[in-house]
Design a binder for this molecule. Structure first.
Ligand code: EPZ
Length: 428
């Protein structure tokens, strides 16, 4: 397994191109199952999770053609053509779902297109049990019969899905995406109530609309879909990754640097930028993205609470904790979305951070300096928070199990070293 070695203490200066959003690209790829024509996605990031889903789609019978540059603003985004001419299989197997929970996003499209879909129960992951009960309840509300057989969930709708009202008892990004896609081919009208409002949902709705779907209200808590008998192909550009942008904004702040994040969109990060402003980070919107530097000298400890969009994103919580570890004063960070998303705390502590966890809240008391240490990545965002800490720490940090990082960050060592970081990947 590769390791990443960082010698900290160097301010980051220069430009970083923000890639296409992983959490938009994954549901967009699943949407190809809704039509027998070609769906082309551009500005697709080079990430392990994208490759895993591409492999799953090809086992289902989708023809995929991936080629080079089609990214926005000269970034390295790939172009992916997918044609689900014929569905050869309707089962997402355990060995692929185990690797990536987002595989469950093929369930809704499969049931809507074929009247049958089965997906291995994903099992838990490092940040929590992450059940899929909301996905299944939503499909049942559209007339699917759900059965659990030998660790697989089977959803059947032999006479097709019927539009109806789907009320989510709690906000779920994935469940909203699964039901939104299924509803596009259901007969009649579907209303999603208490839907997730993330920009990735809006991006998916825009792509589905380009494919012939009729959708109103994406980005609000109430979405209406008028089902169609079929959808057609389309070409769609994946939106920029707001979590990658937020991560590199914090890299600029933690190293007291000055970075231009090309492709970043302020309107997708309002809450996070608000908190960063209170912490003493100046973010200026430019015509190409966001310019980020410290407003004046040390950072101030600032509280944050993760919430569904438009609240502070849970996917930036670990990175913000690393930033607060060297701020002046204390910061109370509360995680309300996942039940076990503080795996980065003991690793940050090895680098000298002073963090006390009480249930869903962590109290961070800022220290003068962090010190480099060998640390272990546990999940995608925890691993990048350790990279941020390593960039600011005195001495050398060695990050193990870098495969977690590669699931969601494209060429992180190249992007950071191009801005002055002393960071390199050491292949095992
Ligand atoms: C998506 O996961 C993202 N992944 C996550 O990003 C992100 O953290 C999360 O949304 C919240 O914003 C992708 O988009 C591929 P949820 P998802 O359904 O859809 C519970 C990253 O680092 N829940 O909104 O799985 C669930 O356990 C990843 O890029 C149920 O109880 O998240 C969690 O506590 C991590 N039943 C909460 O809801 C369900 O059926 C929110 O989960 C579904 C979810």
């Amino acid at each position: 397994m590769d390791r990443i070695v960082i010698r900290g203490g160097r301010p980051l200066e220069g430009e970083i191109y923000v890639g296409g959003a992983k959490n938009a690209a994954l549901p967009l790829m699943a949407a190809c199952l809704l039509t027998d024509e070609t769906l082309t996605l551009t500005n697709l990031p080079h990430l392990a999770d994208i490759s895993t889903l591409a492999k799953l789609l090809s086992t289902l019978g989708v023809e995929l053609h991936m080629n080079g540059n089609g990214g926005a603003g000269g970034s390295s985004g790939r172009v992916l053509e997918m044609t689900a001419g014929r569905i050869a299989d309707t089962c997402a197997p355990y060995d692929l779902v185990r690797k990536m929970r987002a595989s469950v996003l093929v369930l809704g499209p499969l049931v809507a297109r074929e009247g049958l879909g089965s997906v291995s129960l994903p099992g838990g992951c490092a940040i929590g049990t992450r059940p899929i009960d909301l996905h299944l309840a939503g499909l049942e509300a559209l007339g699917a019969e759900i059965e659990l057989k030998e660790g697989y969930i089977e959803a059947r709708a032999p006479n097709g899905l019927t539009g109806g009202e789907v009320v989510f008892p709690k906000v779920s990004v994935g469940a909203t995406e699964n039901i939104l896609m299924a509803a596009c081919l259901a007969s009649g009208e579907t209303r999603l109530v208490n839907a997730a409002r993330e920009p990735e949902i809006v991006d998916l709705a825009n792509c589905l609309t380009a494919m012939g779907a009729e959708i109103e209200g994406a980005g609000t808590a109430s979405i209406t879909v008028r089902g169609q008998s079929r959808l057609h192909g389309a070409r769609h550009e994946v939106i920029a990754d707001r979590i990658e942008a937020g991560t590199y904004a914090m890299a600029a702040a933690i190293t007291d640097g000055d970075l231009h994040l090309v492709g970043a969109r302020g309107e997708h990060l309002r809450s996070a930028l608000e908190v960063l402003g209170q912490a003493g980070v100046a973010v200026t919107e430019t015509n190409r993205g966001l310019q980020v530097r410290r407003a004046n000298g040390r950072l101030q400890g600032t509280d944050a609470m993760t919430e569904a969009f438009p609240g502070f994103p849970t996917d930036l919580q670990a990175q913000f904790m690393a930033l607060m570890a060297t701020a002046q004063g204390a910061a109370m960070i509360t995680e309300t979305i996942f039940e076990n998303r503080f795996m980065h705390v003991p690793e940050l502590a090895r680098m000298g951070a002073n963090v006390t966890v009480h249930g869903a809240s962590a109290l961070v008391r800022g220290v003068e300096r962090l010190t480099g240490a060998p640390v272990m990545a546990t999940d995608l965002r925890a691993s990048v928070s350790l990279v941020l800490a390593g960039l600011a720490a005195e001495g050398e940090t060695v990050l193990n199990r870098v495969y977690h990082l590669d699931r969601g960050y494209e060429r992180v060592e190249d992007k950071l070293s191009a801005c002055g970081a002393d960071i390199r990947r050491v292949p095992e």
